[in-house]
Design a protein around this ligand. Structure first.
Ligand code: THU
Length: 135
């Protein structure tokens, strides 16, 4: 499943709309019931209205009624090139991920099908602020 997710994240990069940065990101989000929702980054001339690949994947899944997630694979690099580095989720995406996942959710950052690293959200967002903080 991990390999399939990475493959789909690499493919999703090709759909990225990136006329400004030319940096393409793809994400593949696995639901607990085994479905995969893909996303790419979508830029805006206003820059700030840009949506990251991870949030695109989450918002697609959430808007179709999904609420339970197991893992996300992320791959990013310059347009037309293979990823050179691991593409870690930005701070806003980490916060959005926090809204919707449990402690066992895995975040996979991949440079290729065989070269990847895996994290929990608390490794990438320690001491995060979430719904539990305002109960
Ligand atoms: N980007 C993502 O898609 N995900 C991230 O977590 C970091 C950044 C995108 C946004 C923008 O289109 C491009 O990468 C350069 O910042």
């Amino acid at each position: 499943m991990k390999e399939k997710m990475i493959q789909l994240a690499l493919e999703a990069r090709k759909m990225a709309y990136v006329p400004y940065s030319h940096y393409t990101v793809g994400a593949a989000l696995l639901t607990e019931d085994g479905e995969i929702y893909c996303g790419c980054n979508i830029e805006s001339a206003s820059y700030g209205a840009t949506n990251c690949a991870e949030r695109t994947a989450f918002f697609k899944a959430i808007s179709e009624g999904k609420r339970n997630f197991s893992a996300i694979a992320i791959a990013g690099g310059m347009e037309g090139e293979e990823p050179k580095e691991y593409a870690y989720p930005c701070g806003i995406c980490r916060q959005v991920i926090k809204e919707f996942v449990k402690d066992d959710f895995r975040i996979i950052v991949a440079r290729s099908l065989t070269d990847y690293k895996e994290y929990t959200l608390s490794e990438l967002l320690p001491f995060g602020f979430g719904g539990d903080s305002i109960k």
